[in-house]
Write a protein that binds this ligand. Sequence first.
Ligand code: PEP
Ligand code: MN
Length: 352
Amino acid sequence: MIIVTRPDATDEQIDRIRERVEAVGVRTHLSRGEHHTVIGCVGDEEPLAELPFLSMPGVETVHRVMKPYKLAAREFAAEPTRIRLGDSLIGGQEFTVIAGPCSIEGWEMLSSTAAVVQEAGGAALRGGAFKPRTSPYSFRGLGMEGLELLARIREEAGIPVVTEVMDTRHVEAVAEHADVLQIGARNMQNFSLLSEVGRIHRPVLLKRGMSSTIKDLLLAAEYIMQQGNMEVILCERGIRTFETATRNTFDLSAIPVLKRETHLPVFADPTHAGGIRELVAPLGYAAVAAGADGLIVETHPDPAAALSDGDQALTFGDFRKFMAGLVPFAEAAGRVGPQSKKAGASSHSSAA
Ligand code: PEP
Ligand code: MN
């Protein structure tokens, strides 16, 4: 159930309403908007059914939320969720791009990528230290050493960093070294991991599982939010279908559906969706037009020599072109596109 308060409702009235809900054992979640405050009720709603909320001072309307997800549901928040990442505000007016190599392979390649990403107007550098690989014999990342390199580039270049966490035992260490924790497609329904990242104070980039429905994705976000972490970014990255011409099938329609269903920011990953370098720009631009809040994209100094996902990584030249080409699409979608910066003149600072 959600209770929407009147524009002139006082803090005291809001407290009184919350107390009434909590007195019957139901948790409340407050979302303050410019005009209204939404009091979301989470738990068994049965005891609330008989309570006369409409006659309580400050209440404007009461609705039942019939969706299986509550905290992630659009109705639960008075405004779209915005997430601070360095100088950028994800989910706001600005269209955000997070980019970097699939895997962190060493200092040189990471620092040269960071410079290019920053200069081209990227909001954050993404690189994998712990890599989920289909074959256990493939390169599985530098692990803790990769995390140290990420923390060093964050410090030296002043760019926020994003990396994947695969194991509950690493959540604390990854949260210490990175500004955003990525949960990969293969772990979207690793419920222990979702709960663990729900207990930390770091935004989570949650990628859609390759065989998961949009509802599954929203319920996975709900696991994180239920533990108190409301900063979840959803990411469409393609799903498995019978099609073999592309690595996955990019589910473009997931973007407007998610924007309708949830207040959380929605990203797309055109790199893993297509799995081919040439598809990154068309799929990425389509995602902007469909209403995405941002993209994650892979770029590498020498894709032919990359230790993972080289076929889909943009060269630095392609990445610069891709970023410049994004601007008119972002503007047509009512957004501000990524603004390229001169090397060394960036004002990015790492997130707190
Ligand atoms: C990645 O982002 O490098 C990755 C492995 O993606 P996904 O989890 O979507 O396959
Ligand atoms: Mn990859």
